[in-house]
Design a protein around this ligand. Structure first.
Ligand SMILES: *Cc1c(COP(=O)(O)O)cnc(C)c1O
Length: 413
């Protein structure tokens, strides 16, 4: 979204305030051109004979978004059987879907086998059970390289205390299971967490995984996970995807030469592909002045966008309705009956009651983490593409809240 001639516009000249008039607020708006640009950036950064980018769809699971990524040539990374079902509905071929769950039951793996998707196993217990039941179904193994990475402890999943993956120190046990069951290991995988700043961290992890790979002669792919950082505010450092691409491609080509075969280099970004494509538009209900603070109180809360409260994530905020207004300092809060602060001491063009504010970086882990807390409806979602704005999910209604409740007769009869 750009400030053009004194007002904010989306690509194709679409006025976000018009979208609010059409679809009401709060509203999620996604710019497909940003998703496509990010996907192409990723693809172009790597120079290897076989490359696969799987979209980690937990970031944003709308079917229309999934379909776009399929059309652009991506595969899909899924963490639940429900995401697998959505991927299949969006037209992905089973072999283009990787199922990477954590701590799920054998029954859920069984369902994934029935769907024919690729399976990523992250404990020795499941590996052994799986190998006994399905020695003929190839698997990927998720290793934990024990690298401390990630923007906050909550999103760092590769460290020593983490529940994710099979420890690299358990390699002998893994090899024993593989040999005893006759499993074919077609892939190795790692994912060290989100918000990794540094190409060095990736390369260190990659080195460890490539070291593991020598022990598995039947590999088809090596998946280096994700964790690419995107900018949230001016001056933020993002993962230098170009540098990472150059250095890892070179290392990977050398590895393949020594392995004797070209393997597929795989990544599974979520945030990198969709974070910057999203905006969350909210309406200011009240401007409230206390002895210490001016609050801009909006018609949303952590029921719709939990990242600021859950991860202390920063989301840039602008006032769409009064872009030329005098800058003033606000704390932006929601309408939930609990502390739900979106941003503290933010300089915004003067906010008046009724003004529409926009949160940036609202593409990843925003709608997909939304809930019905306080019995509020989840917002609608709009996809902007080629100068058109299309409603891709309607706003919920009271019927949606009641859909799963066993109500036989009106309660207030
Ligand atoms: C969440 C997750 C991703 C995506 O992480 P981002 O930081 O959004 O890129 C990739 N792989 C696995 C296994 C995940 O759990």
């Amino acid at each position: 979204m750009q400030l053009q001639d004194g007002r904010y516009v989306l690509p194709g000249g679409i006025d976000p305030l018009e979208l609010v008039k059409r679809f009401d607020a709060p509203l999620y708006v996604y710019d497909a051109s940003v998703m496509e640009r990010q996907y192409r950036r990723m693809v172009e950064a790597f120079d290897v004979p076989r490359l696969r980018i799987n979209y980690a769809c937990k970031a944003l699971t709308n079917l229309h978004v999934l379909e776009r990524f399929r059309k652009w040539g991506a595969g899909l990374d899924t963490v639940s059987i429900q995401e697998v079902e959505l991927g299949l509905m969006a037209g992905f071929r089973p072999e283009d879907i990787l199922f990477t769950p954590n701590c799920v039951s054998m029954e859920e793996y069984e369902m994934a086998v029935q769907r024919g998707v690729r399976i990523n196993i992250d404990s020795t217990s499941i590996l052994e059970q799986f190998g006994n039941l399905h020695p003929d179904v190839p698997v990927c193994i998720r290793f934990n390289p024990h690298i401390m990475a990630g923007g906050s402890h909550k999103i760092s999943v590769g460290h020593i205390d983490s529940k994710f993956g099979i420890s690299i120190h358990q390699l002998p046990h893994v090899l024993r299971i593989v040999e005893a069951t006759g499993l074919r290991v077609e892939g190795l995988h790692m994912h060290t967490g989100s918000d990794i700043l540094d190409a060095e961290v990736f390369l260190a992890g990659a080195e460890i995984l490539l070291d593991m790979a020598r022990h598995f002669p039947d590999l088809d792919f090596i998946d280096f996970g994700s964790g690419f950082k995107v900018p949230y505010k001016e001056g933020d450092v993002a993962t230098d995807i170009g540098e990472l691409g150059r250095r890892l491609s070179e290392r990977f080509r050398a590895f393949c030469a020594s392995y004797g075969r070209d393997l597929t280099l795989m990544f599974e970004p979520g945030k990198f592909l969709v974070s910057e494509a999203g905006y969350f538009l909210v309406r200011t209900n009240v401007v409230k002045t206390t002895p210490s603070t001016v609050f801009a109180c909006v018609d949303s809360g952590f029921n719709h966008l939990i990242r600021p409260m859950f991860y202390e994530a920063y989301h840039h905020i602008v006032n769409l309705s009064n872009p030329a207004g005098k800058p003033r300092i606000y704390t932006v809060v929601g309408y939930i009956c609990e502390t739900d602060t979106f941003g503290v001491n933010r300089k915004l063009a003067e906010v008046r009651e009724g003004d529409i504010l926009a949160f940036y970086n609202a593409g990843a882990y925003c709608y997909s983490m939304a809930s019905n807390y306080n019995s509020r409806f989840r917002p609608a979602e709009v996809l902007v593409e080629n100068g058109q704005a299309v409603l891709i999910r309607r706003r919920e209604t009271l019927q949606d809240l009641l859909a799963t409740q066993m109500v036989e007769a009106p309660v207030n009869e």
